[in-house]
Design a protein around this ligand. Structure first.
Ligand code: NAP
Ligand code: MG
Length: 461
């Protein structure tokens, strides 16, 4: 075992590094353009037979895949702890989320209904037909769930899938590809293609046999992918960055708001597109809120993620740690929690106070354990501050006035709001962003439609 400052790529291999220890874990082969083409062509060749699998049989295969994943939850969790530095509790939840997505969308094949629309002179029918090969490009922050949010509905709707994990975190995706085969999915129906974004990801975008890209990652890369897809009018969904607001009104249970706020931003060491990284507090409650926030941040268990009780682990790479430290170097940090130190990529949970809505720490996605707190004067001011962002992914509203909770939830320009809660992701409810946080929706009952074309057929009497 050698010590690495971060994952390192040569032309053909990538050294996966444990973020908690900076130790090398394993080497992963990086696919070339030629190997990517081969995977896409095999997926295209596998498509007609997969499309024609009887609905009940496709459903049964997806349920078997879910069952095999369930049998391997601990193994998958171990891989994610070692590869991404996720806490054990999170990693276990993430593997379980893959199983749950597969089970949920296993109900799709027999229920992918079209419509019969009244027309004169005949019968009009609609069909939801699969697209062919779908390319899924996944970031490193939630390698398992984000892959499954794409492949579960895509496969259920009858597509074949090529999946590119992030270079930093390929291990669970590779294992899921093996488990799919073990469960009996035909070869080349789900193909994992580890490699570089600029090689494998780009090829998904440019290859004409890939009919849709489901991309999750940074807004900068997402824009580039959308532009690339325009060349072939390729379908695309984008799940991008965020700078979500956690709005705390003075009439709220301020103690509950303050003690839950750290978990809403520091979970996964803040590497969460839904992180509530801006806290807005009504001025009357500001001092009380901060007084309760400080001990809550100090109490957060930032420990080796392999320990059962760990609530926050390291950042994914030395590069990401340096990005986050760069933000912290430019601001005054009001208070922090702890971190265990050592060779891993640690940054303690950090709280910054600001009254300047133009400050980079208030506007830019840090993607690390950093939260900015700002006071507001009234409801209109809170909504104005929350919406003064190019992002619009999620948000929370704490108030004891349910009318206000609903009013503000409707007024905030974001795809996923929670009132007196921070929960924003469930596999059976839609998820996605407003503005530059994304395009399209994932999860929920309609996700399979995003992997189909709607065909209209008229039959004359
Ligand atoms: P990223 O750099 O955009 O990478 C995301 C994925 O795209 C990776 O697999 C990457 O491959 C690949 N990629 C990079 N350049 C590409 C290109 N030119 N063509 C095709 N694919 C390319 O983002 P990240 O650094 O992994 O993740 C952090 C960012 O993602 C944050 O901004 C975060 O908010 C956002 N994010 C959003 C959501 C959401 O659901 N809205 C979820 C997670 C993350 P490599 O690994 O080889 O670079
Ligand atoms: Mg990147």
């Amino acid at each position: 075992m050698t010590t690495q400052t971060s994952g390192q790529a040569t032309d053909r291999t990538f050294t996966v590094v444990n973020p908690a220890t900076a130790q090398a874990v394993t080497e992963v082969h990086l696919a070339s353009v030629a190997e990517t083409d081969e995977a896409i062509e095999r997926a295209a060749a596998a498509f007609p037979a997969w499309r024609d699998v009887a609905p009940g049989e496709r459903a049964r295969l997806l349920r078997r895949f879910a069952a095999v994943v369930d049998d391997h939850v601990e193994e998958l969790a171990d891989l994610e702890v070692a590869n991404a530095g996720h806490t054990r509790a999170n990693a276990r939840w993430e593997a379980g989320n893959v199983r749950d997505c597969l089970n949920y969308y296993s109900a799709t094949p027999e229920r992918l209904f079209g419509r019969q629309i009244p027309v004169p002179g005949g019968v009009d029918l609609t069909f939801h037909e699969p697209l062919g090969v779908v390319g899924i490009i996944v970031p490193w922050n939630f390698p398992m769930p984000i892959a499954a949010w794409g492949f579960a509905p895509a496969l259920a709707a009858g597509n074949t899938v090529v999946l590119k994990p992030a270079e930093l975190t390929p291990l669970t995706a590779i294992r899921l590809g093996e488990l799919a085969l073990e469960a009996g999915l035909p070869e080349h129906v789900l193909t994992v293609v580890p490699g570089q974004g600029s090689v494998v990801g780009e090829r998904f975008v440019t290859h004409p046999l890939v009919r849709k890209i489901a991309f999750t990652g940074s807004t900068a890369v997402g824009k580039r992918i959308m532009a690339g897809c325009a060349e072939q009018v390729k379908k695309v969904t984008l799940e991008l960055g965020g700078k979500s607001a956690n709005i705390v009104f003075a009439d709220a249970d301020v103690a509950a708001a303050a003690t839950s706020a750290p978990y809403a931003v520091f979970d996964n060491a803040g590497q969460d597109c839904c992180a509530r990284s801006r806290i807005l507090v009504e001025r009357r409650a500001y001092d009380e809120f901060l007084g309760r926030l400080e001990p809550a941040v100090a109490a957060l268990k930032v420990l080796d993620p392999a320990e059962e009780s760990s609530e926050m682990g390291p950042l994914v790479s030395s590069g990401q740690r340096d990005v986050v430290r760069g933000y912290l170097d430019d601001v005054e940090v009001a208070f922090t929690g702890t971190d265990p130190g050592g060779p891993g990529f640690w940054v303690p949970p950090s709280v910054v106070l600001t009254e300047d809505p133009s400050a980079p720490i208030w506007r830019e996605e840090v993607f690390g354990p950093v939260v900015a707190v700002m006071p507001f004067d009234d409801e209109a001011h809170a909504v104005e501050l929350a919406n003064d962002s190019e992002y619009g992914l999620s948000g929370s509203i704490f108030t004891s006035d349910l009318g206000r909770g609903l009013r503000v939830a409707r007024a905030v320009e974001a795809g996923n709001l929670s009132v007196n809660s921070h929960a924003s992701v469930r596999y059976w409810t839609p998820f996605g962003g407003y503005k530059q946080s994304g395009l399209g929706r994932e999860l929920g009952p309609d996700a399979p439609h995003a992997f189909t074309e709607e065909k209209n057929v008229f039959i004359a009497h």
